[in-house]
Design a protein around this ligand. Structure first.
Ligand code: PGA
Length: 263
């Protein structure tokens, strides 16, 4: 796992956007895995700016989102359909037919999960998966104890995740759904590259466990240690508990020119 430590979330988000933009320019018909939550917001803003001001073209890109709440219709303001539209899709030119988000209103949830997995395979698999990380180490909504081989399925959110996300529901915990459909850890592991972002002090324990702890279902992000191409961008507070943080800085400062990110 390559750990990139940046002074601020803004600086980290610019680098994340540069990585995604470079990917889209190199492979215009790439398949991107996308994430919700507060973490990727500045990355989406920067990608939208690149689209507007630099002509970054998403017209051939296909996207698959990690997850959706069960029981929230797409028009609900806190559904991930609405989130993605507000923060990304309405600002760029990904064709509507290329956008995939699990259907949280599906009558037959297992059938919807199987359909989603099949759609990822039919699209050729995910080239680059963008991820946040939960304070408990979840990726997507794969909570601790999730199978590290899991595929898209229904999950029950932990009370901690519901509490973490209550801020999006006006602070009213009762409004936060109990269930979601999420790509599995195995689905995420099947993507060709992973870009994980973590900002803020409340992510420091989860980040250190994911990058430096044992591989364990108790921190689903730790499965990424077994993935061949993972970049993890963190700000200083989120890097606080990494024991090897000086080495990660050294690596980033001394990257060979051909490995550098911008350009
Ligand atoms: P956050 O959530 O970006 O809102 O902190 C991250 C996650 O739960 O994956």
């Amino acid at each position: 796992m390559e750990i990139i430590i940046q002074p601020t979330p803004e600086a980290g988000s610019i680098i994340a956007a540069q990585i995604i933009a470079k990917f889209v320019r190199t492979k215009p018909d790439c398949v991107l895995g996308l994430a919700t939550g507060s973490t990727p917001l500045a990355t989406y803003r920067e990608l939208a700016r690149m689209h507007r001001e630099e002509g970054l073209d998403f017209s051939k890109v296909t996207t698959f989102n990690l997850d959706e709440y069960v029981g929230l219709p797409p028009e609900h303001s806190q559904s991930y359909h609405a989130f993605m539209d507000e923060h990304f899709f309405r600002h760029v030119n990904v064709p509507r037919a290329h956008i995939h988000i699990p259907d949280g209103m599906a009558c037959d949830v297992p059938a919807e999960c199987a359909r989603y997995e099949a759609a990822i395979i039919a699209a050729g698999g995910i080239d680059l998966q963008l991820l946040g990380i939960g304070t408990d180490g979840h990726i997507g909504f794969n909570e601790p104890s999730s199978s590290l081989a899991s595929r898209t399925r229904i999950k029950t959110l932990t009370q901690r995740t519901r509490a973490d996300n209550a801020r999006f529901f006006g602070g009213d915990l009762a409004q936060v759904p109990f269930h979601c459909i999420t790509m599995g850890v195995g689905t995420i592991m099947a993507s060709r590259e992973v870009l994980m972002l973590a900002f803020g002090k409340n992510k420091a324990t989860a980040v250190a466990a994911a990058a430096e702890g044992p591989i364990t279902a108790m921190n689903p992000a730790s499965a990424l240690q077994m993935h061949p191409v993972v970049k993890c961008i963190v700000d200083e507070p989120a890097a606080e508990k990494l024991t090897r943080r000086e080495y990660y800085r050294w690596v980033y400062q001394n990257k060979p020119i051909w490995q550098q990110i911008s350009g």
